[in-house]
Write a protein that binds this ligand. Structure first.
Ligand code: SF4
Length: 364
């Protein structure tokens, strides 16, 4: 797995006044620091290079005091069933380099950005959770960044996991393609943190999830955190179709159940590969050898290219039935799929559309 070692650290006003920022800076005593009024890649010499700005950004660390709202409801997609997930924006960007990563288009800033005013973040999360005691929140940090990829640098899990330990109506999900788990060992998690791993066949990891932990490294990490009492989740997202789809994913599923106890799996998500036309441009430009965007896709209502319904249904049905060979009552859900697809694959549709979190009620 690739380590993150920044070439330069940019620091915006006030961002370094927090203990969290100081601890991070102390980990890189020899790395150049640049104090800037406002980080602007158009004015930064490092970006005048033949390398793609996204590649350049992956070696820059930006410390920033964030002034907006840290908590966002997962935007979901137009017309598709959403599971009402909340995203906590503690960081932005990732030093891994998945060919299909939607952040390549989503963000204006390419640097690995850490928001250092953590107290503001935690206060906002507390306020939200406390305001709706009758609801159960699933919250995660793995939307605009990998939750654990640089946890050895940020030690963020040491703050977030104990914070959620006494929240009776919330669950934290740390989602990763890494095996950076050491910090989790002795934390008081009280069963309120789920460690989740993205799953793909090793051949897909090799070709399109560059810099990430191998499949076996992720599974060993899952088994290890399981031994520390954490519950687990697995995300088959993106599911990528190819000629060897069935053999490849059957092998991954077999390995999951060899490594971990099915009873410790809180949920398994399935999501077919989907991408915007901007991401298609980035893949062509940065990863011309990748076959991710080759295949038959159609433009769906949310402006994303998706596999045809027949292919998606085939993928979901296959993966679901393989999982159920090992775990008949596996808590599986589909991410951003239509009601029709739910009926086709699962034979039912989650009952209350606006409140599909009910899907997860049985987990609490
Ligand atoms: S691990 Fe996630 S955030 Fe990082 S490059 Fe891959 S898809 Fe993007």
């Amino acid at each position: 797995m690739k380590e993150f070692i920044p070439k330069v650290i940019f620091i915006e006003p006030d961002a370094d006044k927090y203990e969290y920022a100081q601890k991070i800076l102390n980990k890189f005593p020899d790395v150049e620091r640049r104090y800037v009024e406002e980080y602007n890649e158009k004015e930064i010499d490092l970006f005048n290079s033949i390398e793609h700005p996204i590649t350049v950004g992956k070696e820059i660390l930006l410390l920033r005091k964030y002034k907006g709202s840290f908590l966002k409801k997962c935007p979901g997609s137009k017309g598709l069933l959403c599971c009402n997930y909340y995203v906590i924006n503690v960081a932005m960007n990732c030093h891994f380099d998945c060919t299909y990563c939607s952040l390549q288009n989503y963000l204006n800033t390419q640097a690995m950005t850490l928001f250092t005013n953590l107290d503001d973040i935690l206060n906002e999360v507390s306020a939200k959770i406390n305001a709706y005691q009758g609801r159960v929140f699933r919250m995660g940090t793995g939307e605009l960044a990998d939750s654990l990829a640089i946890d050895d640098i940020t030690d963020l899990s040491k703050i977030l996991v104990p914070f959620f330990a006494d929240k009776s109506n919330a669950l934290l999900e740390l989602k990763t393609k890494s095996n950076v788990i050491d910090n989790l060992k002795d934390l008081n998690h009280n069963g309120r943190t789920v460690i989740s791993f993205s799953m793909n066949p090793q051949s897909r990891i090799d070709s399109d999830e560059l810099g990430t932990a191998s499949l076996i490294e992720r599974l060993i990490a899952a088994k290890t955190v399981e031994s520390w009492g954490y519950k687990l989740a697995f995300h088959f997202d993106p599911l990528v179709y190819c000629d060897t789809f069935e053999d490849d994913y059957a092998e991954v599923i077999k390995l999951i159940f060899e490594y971990v106890n099915k009873d410790n799996i809180e949920w398994i998500s399935l999501g077919g590969f989907r991408f915007s036309k901007e991401i298609a441009g980035a893949v062509k430009e940065r990863f011309p050898k990748s076959d991710m965007i080759l295949g038959e896709f159609w433009l769906s209502d949310d402006n994303k290219m998706r596999y045809y319904k027949k292919t998606r249904k085939k993928m979901y049905s296959f993966v679901r039935s393989e999982i159920m060979k090992y775990h008949k009552k596996a808590p599986i859900y589909m991410c951003m799929e239509s009601k029709d697809m739910w009926v086709d694959v699962f034979g039912y549709m989650p009952h209350v559309e606006e409140n599909a979190e009910k899907l997860f009620d049985f987990r609490y």
